[in-house]
Write a protein that binds this ligand. Structure first.
Ligand code: ASP
Length: 328
């Protein structure tokens, strides 16, 4: 039994250049990527390569990722012991969480990429790919859902963030730390993430479900938020600190919450929004009283992934509230 490798582009495969020569573009396929990894052949584990599409990860969509999950599912049903996906790092924290919510198998689903492209000194792609393949093949990684393996660290998709624009140590899990490491070629899981509920089915109505994310900023005006929410089916608010907005937004958010789910998260990057510590207009307690849903420890990007998946699957307000109580 081998590992199924799916390639989706990103810096890890960017060894080509635009015609003018000034910008890197994806050129390497799975065969090129694996050929560049010293030690992969010695793993004694065949990699079954599927080149999907070479796109910057900014261009990926929910549909791309759900199609990928379907293909990966087929590979597992055909006998693969695990899955590795290479993609751009820019959206990897979101795609990994989407996969985690829908992946129905015990076999590890590992996502990785690179921060330095193969034409630079010290590219990190080969090491990341090797560590990802080892983790995907490891019995220790079974049952942990989607994982991000990067810089010899293993992160649970639920908690991982891209925290730096250029560092090769960009992936971190600020709330928990990595759940494991790859050490001298061995996958060491130190702590298993809590796996929640059954995987969600593929939703019917993705195209017709629009969910916006708005980050609240100093001296925010009401019209901007109203415009963002216009014609949307759901809204995630990234509030200040523990879940606060300027008091002048409170009425609007309460009105919006009457017609669609509005989820309250924190723009800080880690920690939870609170429930009942502050009571001023625009505080977390006030906003919940007005019908906003508490996003808990889910960061704004992950909250938006969950909300769109739920709404596209036809979830009503009660189901959305219950899901955020569980995942937040
Ligand atoms: N722009 C690239 C992407 O996300 C960045 C990367 O792969 O690190 O596709």
């Amino acid at each position: 039994m081998g590992v199924a490798l799916f390639t989706l582009g990103g810096t890890i495969s960017m060894a080509g250049h635009t015609p003018g020569g000034e910008g890197a573009v994806s050129r390497l396929n799975g065969a090129d990527l694996t050929a560049a990894v010293p030690g992969l052949a010695r793993l004694g584990m065949p990699l079954d390569i599927h080149d999907i599409e070479a796109v910057p990860s900014a261009n990926l969509t929910f549909a791309h990722i759900l199609d990928l999950v379907d293909s990966a599912s087929q590979a597992v049903k055909a006998g693969a012991c695990g899955v590795v996906v290479t993609q751009g790092t820019d959206t990897l924290e979101e795609t990994a969480f989407l996969v985690d919510l829908v992946w129905p198998h015990a076999e590890p689903f590992v996502l990785t990429g690179a921060m330095r492209n193969p034409t630079l000194a010290g590219p990190d792609g080969p090491a990341n790919l090797l560590a990802a393949a080892r983790t995907a093949a490891s019995p220790a990684a079974r049952g942990l859902g989607a994982l991000v393996v990067f810089n010899d660290e293993i992160h649970a998709a639920r908690w991982v963030r891209k925290t730096h624009s250029t560092s090769t140590a960009t992936f971190a899990s600020p709330n928990t730390g990595p759940i494991g490491h790859v050490i001298e070629g061995h996958t060491r899981i130190l702590t298993a993430p809590v796996r929640l509920r059954a995987p969600y089915p593929r939703p019917e109505a993705l195209d017709n479900t629009r969910v916006a994310l708005h980050t609240v900023t100093l001296d925010e005006d009401v019209d901007t938020v109203a415009a963002v929410a216009d014609a949307r089916h759901g809204l995630v608010i990234a509030g200040f600190g523990v879940g606060h907005v300027p008091g002048r937004l409170a009425d609007l958010l309460g009105t919006l919450a009457e017609r669609m789910p509005v989820v309250l998260t924190s723009r800080t990057g880690s920690g939870s929004v609170l429930r009942h510590t502050y009571g001023a207009i625009g505080s977390e307690a006030d906003l919940q009283r007005r019908g906003l849903i508490n996003g808990g420890l889910l960061d704004p990007y992950k909250a938006r992934i969950l909300l769109r998946l739920l709404l596209a699957g036809g979830a009503d307000r009660e189901a959305v509230t219950a899901a955020f109580a569980e995942h937040g």
